[in-house]
Design a protein around this ligand. Sequence first.
Ligand code: IMP
Length: 339
Amino acid sequence: MKFVIATHNKGKLVEFQRLLEPMGIEAVTMEISEPEETGTTFRENAYVKAEAACRETGLPAVADDSGLCVDYLDGAPGVYSARFAQPGKRRLTILEKLQGVPVEQRGAHFVSAVCCVFPNGDRVEAEGKCFGSIAFESRGENGFGYDSIFEQEGVTFGELTAEEKDARSHRGHAFAAFEQKLRAYLGQEQGGEPTPCGLDCAQCPGRETCPGCETLGKGCMLAQCAQKSACGQCRPFAGACGLKAQLIQEFNALGVPDMPKVTDLNALLGSYINQEYPLPGGRTVKLWDDSRVYLGNQLEKQGSERCYGLAADENYLMVAEYGENGADPEIVVYKRRRR
Ligand code: IMP
């Protein structure tokens, strides 16, 4: 299967190839004209680029639009990340604008929106984010763009290997979700049934014992089919039966007051847990991807009408609390897992 990658950025092309290859997709570039990025969101711009490339080449085309959003700069440079400041001075400009700004106000996140447009007009889209902060100085020679000034737990993306970056980056998250959706789409093309976990139910090894989507409906919040086939079949938790036990231990070690002991976690669809949480300064944030499967649970907060909501994947772990039907949600703990 040949897909054209709509980018002129060599760093991104290499990442696209590395991420698409396991899906059996040959990612090629071609001389294609660069459309004007007229969108106001990452998602719109990814579509503009992919649609133009598909129209010009007649091949399925994949594009991403990505960028860095800095809290202190009200989300700038955002969709203008590639056009922000003078070429060669972008990182420095951000460091200068944040000179003297304390660490607690240096929050930032990367966003990646991926879009694939097919010659018949169909599209498959996904989005990923990763949260961190702006370092006080540029560090690390790896990666590209703003990598050397974006840090998580004291390490910049410029100091990570490509594999380490994929495991935690916005593009890595977006591609994990994109892979699931693309597999579901291609399964649909072959006459199979798309499922929340991206597996074709007819091929699912858990089919005999799991009622799966047929009974639960495609929007099943517990993603039962993914849970049943999690051993080696379902990408989010591939070979990861150990992940559940490990996460249970990690949740219990947090020592959240009034939280009952965690004894089990379920596979949950992102769309079920993806609440909007308030941040200081009146902003809000969503932390999960609607289409991915996570491990989590809901527990009653002792001595209160509220509940604790637990959610995690290989990289992040969260405890939130909320009232009836998810009212007044609040993040209690959100952290990157140490492995
Ligand atoms: P575009 O997605 O081609 O519009 O470019 C977005 C710009 O955001 C890039 O030129 C980079 O400067 C920046 N950017 C996007 N993703 C990354 C990343 O993974 N690391 C560092 N910088 C990035």
